[in-house]
Design a protein around this ligand. Structure first.
Ligand SMILES: [Zn+2]
Length: 256
């Protein structure tokens, strides 16, 4: 839990010269690892990540300063994530923190979220992931507290998650342990959400917005299946139906 970036700390080009000097002269386009794509892709990602945090609040997924959203900066080896311990009402695009994929800050006035190492691990090991979300949303976390996967008993779950929402291992915050648990658990599932045991929810998506949507849907189905469980024994959906629903949703749902 102490060796924050040790394991994955790729001896990359700009081996984090130390977080202190982040005032990057005149706020220039954090040229470090940004490369050619740098420019305002970073600014755009900061705005997107800031705006998506409001969705966590609007959907009732977070309390106080818990929870966070990050996005991979397209075309760079960077990610943008929430600052640690800053109130949701005070978040601005400029307050978002730019980190490399070892989880080290390369630009921003605040320290990054304490979950940064977990997000960075996911980006390093799941190249198709463009966004990661973490919450302690109530119903989903109640399932995590019991260490129980949410069974696929409603069509909305088959649609969005393609099966049950799995449980990942108990892991301590700070190092690679959480990220490793997320990646290992999601590898065997179609679900973009994992319930980390005794902790909360992590979701992934091709974009940060997709990951936020998965977090909202995860809490919604966690609540519904909880109520069904309280009232009786929910009936599992047959595997064939789950497959068919998931395929239809992925291939045909929405505007195209
Ligand atoms: Zn947490």
């Amino acid at each position: 839990m102490t060796a924050s970036a040790a394991a994955g700390g790729s001896p990359g080009p700009a081996g984090s010269p130390g977080p202190a000097g982040s005032a990057s002269a005149a706020g220039g386009p954090a040229g470090a690892a940004g490369g050619a794509a740098g420019g305002d892709v970073i600014g755009e990602t900061r705005r997107e990540v800031c705006a998506l945090h409001a969705e966590l609040v609007r959907n009732g997924l977070v309390a106080w300063t818990s929870g966070n959203v990050s996005a991979r900066v397209p075309g760079t080896g960077l990610m943008v994530i929430k600052p640690s311990g800053v109130a949701y009402a005070d978040l601005t695009p400029a307050a978002m923190v730019v980190c490399d994929l070892a989880g080290d800050r390369v630009d921003g006035q605040f320290s990054p979220s304490s979950d940064t190492a977990a997000h960075a691990y996911v980006y390093r090991h799941m190249p198709g992931v463009g966004g990661v979300v973490h919450t302690h949303s109530t119903y989903a976390t109640a399932w995590a507290a019991r260490g129980e996967a949410i069974p696929c008993v409603i069509t909305a779950m088959a649609d969005e998650f393609g099966g049950e929402i799995p449980v990942g291992p108990f892991a301590l915050i700070g190092g690679d342990e959480i990220g490793r648990g997320i990646v290992a658990t999601l590898a065997g599932h179609r679900s973009p959400a994992v319930l980390m045991r005794s902790h909360g929810v992590f979701t992934v998506g091709p974009t940060a917005r997709d990951a936020v949507k998965a977090a909202v849907m995860c809490e919604d189905v966690a609540r519904t299946v909880h109520l069904a469980r309280v009232l009786g024994a929910p009936e599992p959906l047959p595997a064939g139906q789950v497959d068919a629903l998931h395929r239809r949703y992925k291939d045909h749902y929405g505007q195209r």
